[in-house]
Design a protein around this ligand. Structure first.
Ligand code: GMT
Length: 377
């Protein structure tokens, strides 16, 4: 058996694709016998309390009066150095470059050469597309990537975009996201009953943090254009505050069509109750939410942006709408509702792609092989 690795993982512990991915990766690696040390300001929310071989090291941020803005990067780097030394880590794997990669580089420099783990940075999207392009952050992101022992990106789109925005300095390995659903807690019918759905109603689902890039305005405009209106409901599994959108919902007169559940942990039960996903982002490096729906045989209608075409194959396991116009998105949804056989076929193909291309088995093995290559350098 190959040697077990000791891996430090750093991510944002809040609701967000990068944190979800890093948490799942940590759990899967621990299941394969590796020793996992999460280093973050809070325990990542999806980590099971009883997960063995998984340790959590909190970063304490003190609010010194002198600082107008609390600093996280320095205490994070100190904790990374401490955990690397005390547990003889082989790898520090940071998810989302800002500020995690910078903190990791600093941590390494605090350690004597023989105690330095390899630093791997995984780019998730806005760390390149938003912050990488910001003159106030870009040079720091580029520096951290150049100093990392290895860099990965969650899609080919993000690899290209990183080279375009930050230059060709770092080699980037593309390792797509994965999703392994947890067991269902409730049957589909129970969940649909909780949501007050009639049998003939189609349940659309949208999961996101509701940030501007997700274009919730476009999502709601699309819902308002669906016909006949009384045949559809949209369930928003909101990882952000939906209150800001209630005015739009009222203005569009779609109060009866919108169901919101805030910060839900048991997404599996809701995904299993859904018929179609609807995603209207302006940009997306991968869109883990689309994959989460696919794993339940739920195909999505989506804008054709960023890395989404690497996840959805148009007309095979979902529908892509290049124009991104609410009318066109609504017609695409209606076309699948009018053709249940096609919807079911796309759903089955979606489930199959989630199972084969984006399974934990496949992707975690890719990370493991990559770790061993980087450690062997
Ligand atoms: O979606 C977000 O804005 C949050 C962000 C994150 O860091 O969690 O998501 C990014 O990472 C996800 C996991 O790799 C990707 O699935 C999302 O597409 C990506 N978001 C963007 O690129 C806007």
């Amino acid at each position: 058996m190959s040697r077990r690795l000791k891996i430090g993982l750093t991510c944002y512990p809040s609701v967000g694709g990068s944190g979800i991915l890093a948490s799942a990766l940590g759990e899967e690696l621990a299941r394969r016998g590796h020793e996992i040390h999460f280093i973050s300001y809070e325990r990542p929310f999806r980590i099971a309390i009883d997960a063995t071989q998984v340790f959590f090291h909190p970063v304490v941020v003190n609010g010194y009066d002198l600082f107008k803005y609390p600093d996280y990067t320095l205490p994070l780097s100190v904790k990374m150095a401490e955990v690397s030394r005390d547990h003889q880590l082989d790898i520090l794997h940071v998810h989302y470059a800002v500020p995690h990669a910078t903190a990791a580089i600093l941590a390494i420099e605090m350690l004597p050469p023989e105690q330095r783990p390899k630093v791997i940075t995984t780019l998730h999207g806005t760390d390149t597309t938003l912050l990488g392009a910001d003159p106030g952050y870009g040079p720091a992101v580029r520096h951290a990537l150049e100093r990392s022992d290895a860099v990965t990106a969650v899609s080919r789109f993000l690899e290209r975009e990183t080279h375009r925005v930050l230059g060709p300095a770092s080699d980037i390995e593309v390792i797509h996201n994965f999703f392994s659903p947890r067991p269902l807690g409730r049957p589909r019918d129970d969940v649909r009953r909780e949501l007050g759905l009639r049998d003939e109603e189609t349940l659309l689902v949208h999961l996101s943090n509701l940030r501007p890039v997700k274009r919730i305005d476009r999502l709601l405009e699309t819902i308002a254009r669906l016909q006949p209106r009384d045949r559809f409901k949209l369930l928003v599994l909101a990882g952000g505050d939906f209150n800001a959108f209630h005015d739009d919902v009222r203005r569009l007169g779609i109060e009866d069509m919108i169901l919101v559940r805030q910060n839900v942990f048991e997404i599996e039960d809701y995904l299993n109750a859904a018929d179609l996903g609807l995603f209207t982002s302006d940009s997306e490096s991968f869109c883990l939410s689309i994959l989460e729906a696919m794993a339940f045989g739920v195909p999505s209608v989506s804008t054709a942006v960023g890395g989404i075409p690497e996840v959805i194959d148009h007309d095979v396991n979902g529908l892509l709408v290049p124009s991104a116009a609410p009318d066109d998105l609504a017609r695409a949804v209606e076309s699948l509702v009018a053709d249940p056989k096609k919807r079911a076929a796309l759903g089955e193909a979606a489930r199959e792609k989630a199972r084969t291309a984006f399974s934990a088995d496949k992707i975690v093995s890719e990370y493991e092989a990559f770790y061993r290559r980087v450690c062997g350098k």
